[in-house]
Design a binder for this molecule. Structure first.
Ligand code: BES
Ligand code: ZN
Ligand code: ZN
Length: 459
C-alpha cells in the first residue's frame, strides 16, 4: 500500500472538491483550462483530465479534477484510483477531507485475485499527500478492511477453522499477542458442548480460538466472532440459493480479526481478548439433529429446533466464556440471521446493545466516518418465542417474525449481567458494487466500533 499512497509533495495535481465549490474554483482557472472543460462537456461532476497547454509540455497531463457531492464521505473517492491513468498525483483538497480521500484511495485498490490464473494486475496510480499521519491512518484502516474482505472471499475449502486459527496466530505474532486453541474432542473435555455439537459432523475439526493481547492493567474488552466456515444448514439443509454464499458465514470472525488488527496496530490501551468459535456446519451421520437437546457451557439446556440456527449455538458457549473474566465490554459480530437483512437490507448492519451510552457512542462514531450502523431493540417479551416443551429453551423461534431480535435475545442469555454487551448482525458481503466496495466480502461496522473505542480509551 506504501506504493499507492505516500507522504510527499510532487506529482500531477489532483484537485478534489465538492460540487458547491466547483463554480468558484473554475472562475480562478486560466482561460485555456476553462475552455477545455467546456470543450469536453464537463458538467462539474466526477473526473476530468486537463492537458497542459504550454508548448514544451504539450500532450502531457497537467492536472486532474474530481468533483463529488460530499467529500467527507469515506467512499466518495472510492473509484478514483482505478479511474485515473497511472502516474504520481499530488493531492490538493480541503484538509478536513484528506483523511477520507486517503482511505478511499486505498480501499478502492482492493481486488481479490488469489484464484485468478492470470494474476497480472494493472499497475495503479499513486498519490502523494502532505502528512505522514494521513498515510499511516489510511493504511491501517484499509489493511483491516482488506483482511476482512480476504478472509470472507476465500473459498470455504481454504478457509476452515484451522485457517482462522492460523490467521489469529499470524496476528498475534505480528503484534505481540498470544493464541490458545481448543480443538476437536478437547472442546468436550473443556466444556464447550455446543461448539462441539455444531462442528462435530465436519471432517474439519471445530475449535475455539482465543487470542489475547495488551497490558493486563488496562481495561478488558472482549471481541467474539461467529466463525462458521461453511453453513450448509446442517440436517435442516439450506436450499441452494441460500447456501450459495455461505462461505461468508465466518464473516463475524473476519470482522473481529480485522477490528483486532486495528486495535493492535494503534496500540489501543486495552486488554484485548478475541474469541472465535470456528466450525463447519456440515451433514454427516454424527450431525446434531432437530429435537436433540444440548447442555450448553452455561448449563442451560437447548432443544435444537432447526440445525440452521447454528451461529447462536456456537456463540452461546463463547459468550459464556467471554463473561467469565468479567470484561467491561463484550462486542460480538456475526452473520447471524437472514431476518436482519430483511429488516435493514444488506448494506446497513444492525446491532443490539445492553448499554444506551455505548450504543449512542458507536452510532455517532459510525456516522462520522461513513460506517453507518443501526440499533435494534432487545425486546424482552419475545423471549417467550423460544420456549421448549422438554428443555430450558429452543434454539430459535418457531414463527417467521422478528428473527434478528429473537437471535439476539438468545445470545443475551449467555452474557453475564452487569457486562456491557454489543451484538452486530452483519451481511459481511456486498451484493452490489459501490464506489470502493467491490462485490464480495466486506467489513461493516468495524471502523465505527474502533473509533468509538478510541474515543473511550484513548481520548
Ligand atoms: N448464516 C445464517 C444467516 C444468514 C443467512 C446471514 C443469509 C446472512 C445471510 C444463519 O446461520 C441461519 O441460517 N439463520 C437462519 C435462522 C433460522 C433457522 C431460525 C435464518 O436466518 O434463516
Ligand atoms: Zn445457519
Ligand atoms: Zn450461519
Amino acid at each position: 500500500m506504501q506504493q499507492l499512497l505516500n507522504a510527499g509533495n510532487s506529482g500531477t495535481p489532483l484537485h478534489i472538491m465538492e460540487k458547491s465549490s466547483y463554480s468558484l474554483w473554475l472562475t480562478k482557472q486560466a482561460q485555456s483550462v476553462q475552455a477545455w472543460l467546456q470543450q469536453i462537456d464537463f458538467t462539474g461532476e466526477g473526473l476530468a483530465l486537463v492537458p497542459s497547454f504550454s508548448a514544451d509540455q504539450e500532450g502531457k497531463l497537467a492536472q486532474a479534477i474530481f468533483v463529488v457531492e460530499d467529500a467527507s464521505h469515506y467512499f466518495a473517492c472510492g473509484d478514483l484510483i482505478t479511474k485515473l491513468p497511472t502516474g504520481q498525483y499530488l493531492l490538493e483538497a480541503a484538509p478536513e477531507h484528506q483523511q477520507a480521500i486517503c482511505f478511499a484511495w486505498l480501499v478502492g485498490a482492493y481486488k481479490f485475485s488469489a484464484y485468478k490464473s492470470n494474476q497480472q494486475q494493472k499497475s495503479l496510480a499513486s498519490l502523494a499527500v502532505n502528512k505522514q499521519a494521513l498515510v499511516d491512518n489510511a493504511i491501517k484502516y484499509a489493511e483491516a478492511t482488506a483482511l476482512v474482505r480476504d478472509l470472507v472471499n476465500t473459498p470455504a475449502s481454504d478457509m476452515m477453522p484451522v485457517n482462522l486459527g492460523d490467521t489469529a496466530q499470524y496476528l498475534a505474532e505480528t503484534f505481540g499477542g498470544a493464541v490458545q486453541q481448543i480443538i476437536g474432542d478437547e472442546l468436550l473435555v473443556n466444556n464447550y458442548p455446543t461448539i462441539h455439537a455444531v462442528g462435530r459432523a465436519s471432517i474439519n475439526q471445530p475449535r475455539l480460538i482465543d487470542l489475547t493481547w495488551g497490558n493486563s492493567e488496562h481495561p478488558r474488552v472482549t471481541l467474539v466472532g461467529k466463525g462458521v466456515c461453511f453453513d450448509s444448514g446442517g440436517l435442516d439443509l439450506k436450499p441452494a440459493a441460500g447456501m450459495r454464499n455461505m462461505k461468508k458465514d465466518m464473516g463475524g470472525s473476519a470482522h473481529v480479526l480485522g477490528l483486532a488488527q486495528l486495535i493492535m496496530s494503534y496500540q489501543l490501551p486495552i486488554n484485548l481478548r478475541v474469541l472465535i468459535p470456528a466450525v463447519e456446519n456440515a451433514v454427516s451421520n454424527n450431525a446434531m439433529r432437530p429435537g436433540d437437546v444440548i447442555t450448553t457451557r452455561k448449563g442451560l439446556t437447548v432443544e435444537i429446533d432447526n440445525t440452521d440456527a447454528e451461529g447462536r449455538l456456537v456463540l452461546g458457549d463463547a459468550l459464556c466464556e467471554a463473561s467469565q473474566d468479567k470484561p467491561e465490554l463484550i462486542i460480538d459480530f456475526a452473520t447471524l440471521t437472514g431476518a436482519m437483512r430483511v429488516a435493514l437490507g444488506t448494506e446497513l448492519p444492525g446491532f443490539f446493545s445492553t448499554s444506551d451510552e455505548v450504543a449512542a457512542g458507536i452510532t455517532a462514531a459510525g456516522s462520522k466516518i461513513s460506517d453507518p450502523v443501526w440499533r435494534m431493540p432487545l425486546y424482552s417479551p419475545y423471549n417467550d418465542l423460544f420456549k421448549s416443551a422438554i428443555a430450558d429453551m429452543t434454539n430459535c423461534s418457531a414463527g417467521p417474525f422478528g428473527g434478528a431480535i429473537t437471535a439476539a435475545l438468545y445470545l443475551e442469555k449467555f452474557v453475564s449481567e452487569g457486562i456491557d454487551w454489543v451484538h452486530f448482525d452483519v451481511m459481511a458481503f456486498n451484493v452490489r458494487a459501490l464506489a470502493g466496495r467491490p462485490l464480495g466480502g466486506e467489513a461493516f461496522g468495524i471502523r465505527a466500533v474502533f473509533d468509538y473505542l478510541q474515543v473511550r480509551y484513548n481520548p
